[in-house]
Structure formats: C-alpha cells, structure tokens
Ligand binder design. Structure first.
Ligand SMILES: [Zn+2]
Length: 343
C-alpha cells in the first residue's frame, strides 16, 4: 500500500470500502455487497437490513489468531521492517492525460518520488545493513525497471526479501480478474528474474484488494498478505466467513511514515520525526509486552530523507538495547507462523 502519501485522511475509508467491492465482479465479497455507495434503489445504509449491512462487513474478516506460543530463540517480539518502494509509480499511476511534454508534469512532485530511488532506498538499506537487520521490500515492478540498480542495493547483504506491490501501483479495483491474475504472474516472474528471489508475499497498492485477490495468491503459491488492519497479531484471513488458509501479517496506518509524516496537502509534515520516533517506540514496547509482532511500513521517498532516516537508526538501536528481539523479514515470520500453525 502506498499508505497514502497524497490522501492519508481518506485511507481508512478506502480500505474499509475497497476490500468488499469490485465493480463488474462476478461474485461480490459478502452476501449483499454490491456497492460501497448508496443502495442501487437509492436507499442510504441506515435504511438497509442488518443482513445486508453484515454482508458488506463480513466479506473479508480476521480469522483465527496465529500468534505462535514462542518466537525463535526465546525472543519477546518479532520485528519486521518493510519498505513500499513506490518511487515514481505513485506519481505515474495518478497521471491524467497524455503527459507528452514536461509542461504536463509537476516536476516538484515527480522529483520527490525519484528521491526514493536515487537516495532514500540507499540510505535506509545502508542503515539496515550496518545493523544487520533484515527488511522486506514491497516492489512495484515498474519502479525496479526504472531503477534496476536497486536490485543490487537490496541484494548485496543476502538478508532482505523482495515481495509484490503491483506493477505501476495500480489499484486492483481497476483490473478485471483475468488482468489481475496476469499482473500477479508477470510480477512474480519479473521479480524472480531480476532479483533471484521468488516473491511469496503481497502488499496491495493503495490498499485495494478484490474478492479475487486472495484466491489468485493461493493459486500462485503465495504465503502471506500484509494488507488487512483488523488486528495487530498474525491471523488467518476469512473470506465470506470461511477460512482462506492465507496468513495475514497486518500493517497499520499508525506505523506508516506516510500518514505520520505527510500532511493531507502533501506540503507539510504531519508530525515531527522525533514525535514519530516516540510513536514507533511506544508500539514496539507494547508489542514486546504482548509477545507479538511489530511492523514498520516505510517508503524510501519519505523515511529515506535525512531527518527521517536518523530516527530509523535510533529506533533499531533502541530495540537492540532492549534485547530479546527477533528481527526478521515478513517471509521468515510467515514461514515460522505457518510451521507453528496447528491446523
Ligand atoms: Zn505503495
């Protein structure tokens, strides 16, 4: 998810509305789910039956808690750093019109995203590597094709994971089921060829999934999703009330650098980086006490900036000083959870 550096306020509404609905879809998620707007008959939701309301909500829900009894090495918490490497794709996907000349392009906006590829990903990966902390890079394929040298930066330690994040950050709701499957297959093949790793995890661009997304992932042998905010523990995703078999490693908009540090108008920062550092620490301390998981959702063009990257390094030092932390990729945690899962 670009956890929405443009429209953070709309994000919560977006994720609530998007997962249960795809226009033109054959089988809506949840009985009665057919629109996220008013009823086709023109009635607002407060005039709907409870069954219709529940059908919309219950299309995609958290299933059983998959928190294992213990973490490897007796760790108190599993820490996952993830980067959504949107870079220019977050700009490209919002283009309207042909953009055939430079005068059609907001250079300030585009170059802000380019910073992610040119500087941000390097600075953050340097920090991860200096501290021998693994990370997961959710990568739109177009971002990697525009800056193929990112594969070397990410791959040099042999510690990091590459995972799926669309092609050009397209929302799944814009795709037919066939095109969605095709893009999954193309993205898996491209990332495997470019990085030597076959991706097994998926974070949906713009946090939009359809009723076809999880079934496609399962068909293609994917292990985990990192999209659904309904819990802060690992869980199984249920579809229409039935266990799907898919592991969810839930992110949070309150742990994403976009909403935390970019204001709704995108011209100012929402919170000062030092206040964000305290937010991350508080969430970590609570996850530590609970014996749970802690997931950071970052973007190279946001957290890779100097004033933000320093708090990532201080955060890692804070976690290491506390001790008993399992730093792992999403894949490593998903594989461990899968192995511990008493089906
Ligand atoms: Zn994204």
């Amino acid at each position: 998810m670009q956890i929405v550096t443009r429209l953070p306020v709309q994000f919560a509404l977006l994720i609530l509305s998007c997962v249960a609905y795809q226009s033109g879809a054959a089988e809506p998620l949840g009985a009665g789910a057919g629109t996220n707007e008013a009823d086709p008959a023109g009635l607002p939701p407060w005039m709907w039956s409870f069954e219709k309301l529940a059908g919309v909500v219950n299309g995609l829900t958290p299933g059983q808690d998959l928190t294992p009894e213990e973490w490897p090495g007796g760790a108190r918490v599993a820490v996952m750093f993830s980067l959504d490497v949107d870079n220019e794709t977050e700009f490209l996907v919002h283009l309207q019109g042909p953009a055939e000349s430079m005068s059609d392009i907001n250079v300030f906006e585009l170059s802000g995203y380019q910073y992610g590829a040119r500087r941000g990903i390097r600075r953050l990966t340097d920090i991860f590597d200096r501290h021998q902390v693994p990370a997961t890079y959710f990568m739109p394929t177009v971002a990697l094709r525009l800056s193929p040298d990112m594969a070397d930066v990410i791959g040099r330690s042999g510690r990091h994971e590459i995972a799926l994040h669309g092609a050009v950050h397209e929302p799944a709701s814009a795709l037919s089921p066939e095109r969605q499957r095709e893009l999954f297959e193309e993205s898996i093949a491209y990332l495997e060829q470019a990085t030597g790793q076959k991706p097994v995890g998926y974070r949906a661009p713009t946090a939009i999934m359809t009723e076809h997304t999880i079934p496609i992932m399962k068909d293609l042998g994917m292990l985990y999703s990192s999209n659904v905010l309904s819990d802060d523990r690992p869980f199984e995703i249920n579809l229409n009330g039935k266990p799907s078999g898919m592991i969810e490693l839930p992110p949070s908009i309150y742990m994403s650098d976009g909403p935390l540090m970019i204001s709704a108008d995108a011209w100012t920062q929402a919170l000062a980086p030092r206040d964000v550092l305290q937010t991350y620490k508080d969430a970590f301390d609570t996850a530590y006490e609970e014996g749970g998981i802690w997931i950071f959702v970052g973007h190279p063009h946001v957290s890779g900036r100097r004033s933000r990257a320093v708090i990532i390094e201080e955060l890692i030092e804070y976690m290491k000083a506390r001790g008993d932390v399992w730093f792992a990729t999403h894949r490593e945690v998903a594989e461990y959870v899968d192995a511990q899962w008493k089906r």
